[in-house]
Design a protein around this ligand. Structure first.
Ligand SMILES: *[C@@H]1O[C@H](CO)[C@@H](O)[C@H](O)[C@H]1NC(C)=O
Ligand SMILES: *[C@@H]1O[C@H](CO)[C@@H](O)[C@H](O)[C@H]1NC(C)=O
Ligand SMILES: *[C@@H]1O[C@H](CO)[C@@H](O)[C@H](O)[C@H]1NC(C)=O
Ligand SMILES: *[C@@H]1O[C@H](CO)[C@@H](O)[C@H](O)[C@H]1NC(C)=O
Ligand SMILES: *[C@@H]1O[C@H](CO)[C@@H](O)[C@H](O)[C@H]1NC(C)=O
Length: 335
């Protein structure tokens, strides 16, 4: 009698367990197409440890490195980073996650091969970060079809070829980072005509860009521009001007040659690096009115007195040394 009672009292518990499992297995929210695509991507990446949770028996909305929309349960984010055991190339299937808004494959040194052109099918993409990988080949022209793209970051890869001029057609671009690759050719003339209301931050440093900077870039109204460590030559005065919004301008280590006395410094400027160029003329007295946090004009062909006042003497001689005949504090007295 007592044992019968015990059995009976266990019954609801077993039911509970039973229903629990039924609910779990029947309540798979993940879209079956998305799941199929993700499993193909996992295979293309040689089933890395970081994707262990991508188990076909479980709901893909619960997998690591992905996010589903809470209403539609479609995959909206794929973010894999910092793993050197992930090897292989970005497979074409990545273009078959039609609701993807964020694609970040970052610090995967053994992710090699080209930037998969099917990424251009991801029309909802807002954030594309493929930086710090081993990617090679050219930047696909077709990325310009991603009209919702806000951030495009392809830094620290082995990308070659020219910068596609069509990238200026991205109407919502807020940041373009192509630094630390092996890009060649000129900066596209079209970069003076970004179609969006606000020009993107432009980071093209540590490449092999050459030739003159197109004069159309005088129309570029970005808050941050870094063209350092390229082989750019000629005039760069178009980045200055009273009505610009520029805050951070780094043109260091190029072959740029223009008269600094003739530029108008925008009030917004807080950081200016021109070191290792062929900039001539002098430092205009109005520079004392700027709120500069960083200044480096060393290794140029500047001449004349360093204006006294403002922040100009808060920088040490290494901000000014190796010029033709700059003088005054923090350098030696003018003769
Ligand atoms: C999820 O999808 C719904 C319906 O399409 C949409 O209204 C919502 O903005 C989406 N949420 C996110 C975070 O994308
Ligand atoms: C990944 O790349 C590193 C060098 O970055 C190399 O030492 C390592 O063997 C690679 N791992 C695999 C699994 O290929
Ligand atoms: C840059 O943007 C600011 C703020 O929107 C605006 O006042 C200024 O006229 C613009 N300058 C140029 C050169 O477009
Ligand atoms: C630079 O411009 C200033 C102001 O127009 C001018 O006086 C000076 O001669 C120019 N310097 C050189 C080296 O051309
Ligand atoms: C300015 O650039 C020169 C040359 O690269 C460098 O030696 C110096 O340390 C820099 N100064 C500052 C303040 O960073």
């Amino acid at each position: 009698m007592a044992s019968n009672l015990k059995k009976l009292s266990c019954l609801p518990f077993f039911f509970l367990i039973f229903f629990f499992f039924v609910t779990i297995s029947s309540a798979e929210l993940c879209n079956p197409n998305d799941k199929k695509v993700l499993l193909k991507i996992k295979k293309a990446f040689n089933n890395p440890y970081i994707l262990t949770s991508w188990d076909p028996q479980t709901d893909c909305c619960h997998w690591y490195c992905v996010k589903c929309n809470r209403t539609t349960h479609r995959i909206i984010s794929l973010t894999i980073f910092a793993d050197d055991r992930l090897t292989g190339q970005i497979p074409p299937e990545v273009g078959d996650l039609p609701f993807l808004q964020t694609l970040m494959l970052h610090k995967l040194p053994n992710l090699t091969g080209p930037i998969q052109p099917t990424i251009a099918k991801l029309r909802n993409l807002v954030f594309l970060d493929l930086s710090w990988n081993g990617l090679s080949g050219e930047i696909p022209d077709s990325l310009s079809t991603l009209k919702n793209l806000f951030i495009l970051t392809l830094s620290f890869n082995k990308l070659t070829g020219e910068i596609p001029s069509s990238l200026s057609e991205l109407p919502n671009l807020g940041g373009l980072r192509l630094d630390r690759n092996q890009l060649t050719g000129q900066i596209p003339e079209s970069f003076g005509y970004f179609s969006g209301e606000q020009a993107p931050d432009l980071i093209l440093s540590h490449n092999q860009l050459s030739g003159k900077i197109p004069s159309s870039l005088s129309r570029l109204n970005s808050t941050s521009i870094d063209l350092s460590r390229n082989k750019l030559e000629g005039d760069a005065s178009m980045f200055f001007g009273a009505n610009k919004m520029i805050q951070i301008l780094d043109l260091s280590r190029n072959l740029l040659e223009f008269n600094l006395s003739e530029v108008v410094f925008p009030q917004s400027l807080t950081s200016l690096d021109l070191n290792h160029n062929k900039v001539y003329g002098g430092l205009p007295p109005v520079m004392t009115e700027l709120k500069l946090q960083y200044l480096n004009v060393s290794y140029n062909r500047l001449c004349g007195p360093i204006p006294v006042g403002g922040d100009m003497q808060s920088f040490d001689l290494y901000s000014y040394f190796h010029n033709k005949c700059l003088c005054g504090a923090p350098l030696g007295d003018c003769k």
